[in-house]
Design a protein around this ligand. Sequence first.
Ligand SMILES: Cc1cc2nc3c(=O)[nH]c(=O)nc-3n(C[C@H](O)[C@H](O)[C@H](O)COP(=O)(O)O)c2cc1C
Length: 370
Amino acid sequence: MSSHTNLLSTVSFGEIESQNRVFMAPLTRSRSQQPGDVPWDLNAEYYRQRASSGLIITEATQISPQGKGYAFTPGIYTDEQIQGWKNVTDAVHEEGGKIFLQLWHVGRISHTDLQPDGATPVAPSAIRAESQTYTSKESGMVPVSEPRALDASELPGIVEQFRVGALNAKKAGFDGVEIHGANGYLLDQFTRDGSNQRTDSYGGSVANRIRLPLEVTRAVVEVFGAGRVGYRVSPLGLFNDINDSNPAETFGELATELGKLKLAYIHAVEAFAGMVRDDENERVHTVVRESFKNAGGGIYVGNGGLTPEDAEERISEGKTDAVAFGTLYIGNPDLPERIATDGPYNDADQSTFYGGDATGYTDYPAMETV
Ligand SMILES: Cc1cc2nc3c(=O)[nH]c(=O)nc-3n(C[C@H](O)[C@H](O)[C@H](O)COP(=O)(O)O)c2cc1C
């Protein structure tokens, strides 16, 4: 008998009713079909295998050619991509699962080789990140390009990219969407003062820095309704060379505003392979959680470095409402079933995380049932 009664209990948030609190974290696997970054049968099979999750959040998916930062990641802006994702959502729904698409614009974490006509990647400010990206099999990992600062006149176009991404996700049959505001990508670049040094109304004060993220969120909410929209943050994340001078204040305000919009959930990356600051971790995430909920938001989804036992404890202590598992979900397609029997768990093979074929993707076995 499993002692994970909280983790395996149902949960309602926004318009969604989930069969358990074991969510699948967004995981880039770089296996879309080429050319065209199109989701295909292999991806549908992978997500189908994981449909017993309370909520699948897909891998980050570029909303436009400009929003792309890595080779082989899927998009949601062409008819082929929308049809490909429709096959994915059908597969998950056939198994009784729920699936949100993670809407992604990488901003400065890109390379001219990945941009249309070799264009310069865009960012709040023209500051190059000390970070790398993957441009092709031949080139492998390369430093990201120096970005150019977006002109204020271009910002409505960014909001529009997210709006169209949400519309396309709706056409593809998703139950909702998660806005990728974490891990040093475009919306995070605007939010944090290390990467946003603008002097117009989109930089400076916290209210200014979260202006674009909130404009994007309102546009996405118009498409799906707030009860089908989540937002991901990583207040203390260091991945992609990003930082903020006052994360509790910045992300507390952002969480309050997202709560006022009545979003279904806020999703926080509390730990990620040593790339999240440890100092004040509990305090900052408590501020985010309480600010969101007190303002009228739905549930708080915690993530990062948690075992099912940690997750159960955090839920019972009221520190999170659901937990998204990343690495554990790579190796264990039937994670809730395994949690119910206290394991055993398969290890995930890091060498097949990104790119390749079915190996290390759809060939992790489900538990033997007697
Ligand atoms: C292979 C891999 C791909 C990832 N891709 C994404 C992504 O597309 N979007 C995102 O927000 N986070 C991404 N992450 C971060 C995970 O969602 C998660 O925050 C991280 O793995 C920590 O959770 P865990 O300890 O349960 O694995 C990725 C992590 C890994 C290991």
